[in-house]
Structures are given as structure tokens and as C-alpha cells.
Design a protein around this ligand. Sequence first.
Ligand SMILES: NC(=O)c1ccc[n+]([C@@H]2O[C@H](COP(=O)([O-])OP(=O)(O)OC[C@H]3O[C@@H](n4cnc5c(N)ncnc54)[C@H](OP(=O)(O)O)[C@@H]3O)[C@@H](O)[C@H]2O)c1
Length: 360
Amino acid sequence: MRRIVQFSTGNVGRHSLRAVIGRPDLELVGVHASSPAKIGRDAAELCDWSEPTGVIATDDIDALIGLRPDCVVYTALAETRPMEALEQLTQILAAGINVVGTSFVWLAAPRYAGDWVREPLEKACAAGGSSLYINGVDPGYSGDTLVHTALSLATRVDSITVQEIFDYANYDDAEYTGAAMGFGVAEDEELPPLFLPGVVESMWGGPVRALADGLGIVLDEVRQRTERWFTPERIDCTMMTVLPGQMAAVRFAAEGVLDGEPVITVEHVNRLTAAAAPGWIFPPDGHVGVHRVVIEGDPRVEINTHVSHPLLDPTDAACISTAARVVNAIEWVCNAPNGIIAVEDIPQAAIMNGLMWRAK
Ligand SMILES: NC(=O)c1ccc[n+]([C@@H]2O[C@H](COP(=O)([O-])OP(=O)(O)OC[C@H]3O[C@@H](n4cnc5c(N)ncnc54)[C@H](OP(=O)(O)O)[C@@H]3O)[C@@H](O)[C@H]2O)c1
């Protein structure tokens, strides 16, 4: 039985918390909350679990470390507060506690992450004898496990295209995803962070480089492209209200170039409602979203991934999957050698154990 602390209960964290509470091989021993409205409440209330757990949310990190958990599931927003989040992670790792998480999207391909984030975490792992594993759906699954699966079906490959085509209308994250991507920003306003030089490349270039290295090819360069779509009509949705003239869809990619041609592309097409960017590609068969890989080669391989849920929106279902990517790896990470772990280090068969349990 692994003793677990869940760190934050936002879009992803409330789903990892439910998984931790429910799984018979994991024991929830602590929950971190930063918002005053959550501190002091039972973990069950923070994730709609039916019975109280007796575990009360706290913002006292020292007390959570003092519980000596085997692993912390870290899903706090990190990209808008990287130095503060880095301090929290290094404190936990240096105390000898393993961490799995979805935050710090740069670390989905950790060997290609910048020194500013990788080095302090490596040092903390070495100091504490602990391990860190970060993954998700995108970045994560779509650019690694999905591609590896598709490549296993081909004898020769000309190009790899990974796509997230997803309607973010019901994604309740105007604060980070909305602001970073620039939804609701007009053309004559300051450029949103995603459109600054090098930002797409820094976040999605790692998976491109990891795939190139795995394929044994040397790319000419990894470059980024970005495009925005401004709505002529007002759009109301969960993420936000977008007024005429403001951005309601975005398309961007990190491209690995070989002999002048993009051969490994990791692309996003994100819109707010189906009314946005009608000329751009949509997910197949009326789906809200798809995580897809297309391999051009012998043979052509296309795998479309749709996650859904009987009660929740597909965006929430994707957040469950984001949580699954790391919760399912807890046992392996707890047994792993010290340091930062990449997805290719973990045997796929190792993430199944403990998965079949009935939710209450
Ligand atoms: N790779 C992928 O596929 C993928 C997909 C989705 C998300 N992500 C990443 O996963 C992380 C979580 O995403 P999310 O959508 O769940 O985020 P979110 O709901 O916007 O925020 C998660 C939590 O961050 C905590 N937080 C915010 N400001 C804080 C602060 N100043 N100090 C401490 N905690 C703070 C809050 O915790 P409290 O609730 O305790 O107040 C919040 O609930 C992000 O880093 C995101 O980029 C990755």
C-alpha cells in the first residue's frame, strides 16, 4: 500500500484525488489546498467522493512532508508561477519523497527541458534519493505513447503528425490556458505568451526532439508556427465570453525539419465552440476533440483517441486521462532509481497493475 499526498484539487487534481481515494493499493494520507475556501475541508468534498475520508486539506507543506508519504501527486498550476512551484517540488523531492505530476509541461520530455527547470529538480532528487515523473495527455500521451504505438505498426516512416484538435469551450481555465493562448485578446492588443518567439518550441519542441532521437535522425532544426482566428460574432462559453474582433481559435505547431521538410509535427488546433474557425480542421465524426497521430509511410497509420464519460464533458474526461497518465505510474516511480523519469523509461505493462477497481 503506497501512502499518497494529493497536491491541489483543480481540473486535474480533483480526478487524481478521486483515483487515489478509490484505489485499493493507494492510501490517501494528505491533501494540499491553496485556496482558503478549500483549506480545512475533507478531501471527499473536494472531489465529490461519497464518503468522508478523514483527510483534511491544508496549505502547510511542512506538515504534509512530515507525513512521510511514498509519493506526492503534484497537479498545482505551475506555468504561471514556475519559481514558486519549483521551490515546492524541490522541497518535497529533497525530503526524499517521490513526485508524479502533470504540472511543468516542459518536463513531459524531461531530457529536452531547459536547465533552469531540470537542474534544480535533478539536484533535489539526488539529495533526497527520490524520483520525479511528469506527463499528461498533450504534452504527454499524444506525442509519446500514442506515437510509439503507431510507429510499431509501420516498417518505414516518411513523416509523423501529432494533433490535438479540441474545442476548449467547456474548459474552465481562462486564467492559464485562456490567457496563455490568447483567447479573448484582440489583434491590436499585446501578443499573448504563446505567440512570443520560442514559446511553442519550448513547450512542444521537447517531444519532437525526443521522437527524432528515438528514430535516430538528426533534425536540421525545430521551428514553431502560430496562427490566430478572430471572431466576427460574440461567443459565450464556459471558458469565457469572446467579443467580436477577439481571438476565438488558435493553431500552432512545433515542427522538426529534415532536408528542409517538416517530418515530425506536433500541432494544436483549439477553438471556443464549433462556430470558431470554420475553415480549420475539426475532430472526426462530430467529436468535441481528438488526440491523433498520423504516420505517413508503409503503411499509413492513423490513430484517433477520444475519451468520454457518461456524466462529464469530454474536456473533463481528458482531465481524468491526464491524471491517469501519472497516477498509474506511482508504483513504478516509487521503485525507480533516483532522478527525473521519462515516459520511455517506464515499461507500458507496468502501469496496469491496480487499475481494476469499482468506484463508489
Ligand atoms: N499535459 C497535459 O495534458 C495537461 C493537461 C491539463 C493540465 N496540465 C497541467 O496540469 C496542471 C494543472 O492543470 P489544471 O487545469 O488542473 O489547473 P487549475 O485547475 O487551473 O489549477 C490547479 C490548482 O493549482 C493550484 N494553484 C493555483 N495557484 C496556486 C498558488 N499560487 N499556490 C499553490 N497552488 C496554486 C490551485 O490549487 P487549490 O485548488 O488548492 O487552490 C488549483 O486548483 C497545470 O500545470 C497544467 O499545465 C497538463
